[in-house]
Design a protein around this ligand. Sequence first.
Ligand code: C5P
Length: 409
Amino acid sequence: MTDLAGKRVLLIVSGGIAAYKALELVRLLKKEGVTVRCVLTAGGAQFVTPLSLQALSEETVYTDLFSLTDESEMGHIQLSRAADLVVVAPASADILARMAAGMADDLATTLLLATDKPVLVAPAMNVRMWQHAATVANMATLAARGVTVVDPDEGAMACGEWGPGRLAEPPAIVERIAARLMPRAIPVPRRLLTGRHIIVTSGPTHEPIDPVRYIANRSSGKQGHAIAAALIELGARVTLVSGPVAIPDPPLARVLHVETASEMLDACRAALPADAAICVAAVADWRVATPSDIKLKKAPGAEPPALALTPNPDILADLAKPAPDRPGLVIGFAAETNDLLAHAAEKRQRKGCDWLLANDVSAAGGAMGGDDNEIQLITAEGHESWPRMSKQAVAQRLAQRLAEALGDA
Ligand code: C5P
């Protein structure tokens, strides 16, 4: 048994194939000495029976059919409060939407609206439902209200598709329940950026040569995606404009997938207004002036085709130029191989951005594609050197600095 012994969890089991994992969750919690009282929604009852939950929890299981007005039983207000934590696992897209809307149209949502206790949700649904703008908005609403989200895992789904949406494994849910029930053991970051909208660009761009070939670079998107995640962690609403990358979308970000620099600029402009814009993408400097509509053929003995290039728009400079919709803080990155500070300071001036984070991409520095970064932050006031750290740590430090600069810290 752990420190969880003696704690009380109200577990709401909603509909979905993952409901069977709720049985394992109950078993693990009981093993830790937790009292688990279960509420089964009508959808959940299609997948597990009240009897199996009752056998494992050794407690009465509540469903809509069970009358809470019965005098000998607990009223719903009391039931929702006689717990240290309310857990919804699995949480279907439907119950999350009803929670976000503040509905109380069945026992589960009534309890969730009546509770004065912290709430933790472990979503499980089809990948397209999880990524739908409606679910993304609902999750942002719930997160802003302080609901803890145990992100779904990525993998093969019961419906045959692949992606994020599978219920997190029960041991991982127990770990998050423990963290939520013992906040002193694991500090929860203050949500300093709640109400702020921030645009982040990330990844490379692909500039077409013909329908099958393109010009690209080695950017992985790791730094930009980590920054988006760190800002969301502090409560910001993030629009991530991402070039083609092989890493997953950060949960709860609104992600606009683009290929070319022109598409990236259009997506950024369409996302305005914003409190800040952080341009992390490694945008191709040039594109092919007139990409071919058909695949260029390799004719025997013929010269290779000459590619006429034309400059791409500079997204950072565009967002930083004086305009009524200029974000309050515009931040760029500069990948340099020599004379880092001099080049970066000149670039900050030329692009008109407020801050520039310079990093060394020489063979020794190796920031591109790697997991670490060593940053020099250049502002109007001067520069500061950050020690070598992971891209996640750079992201957290930048998010914290941003909150301070926007006056939220
Ligand atoms: O000029 P350079 O590519 O070194 O500038 C790097 C910074 O400018 C990065 O923040 C990058 O995201 C941004 N940039 C941009 N659009 C371009 C080129 C660079 O937003 N076309």
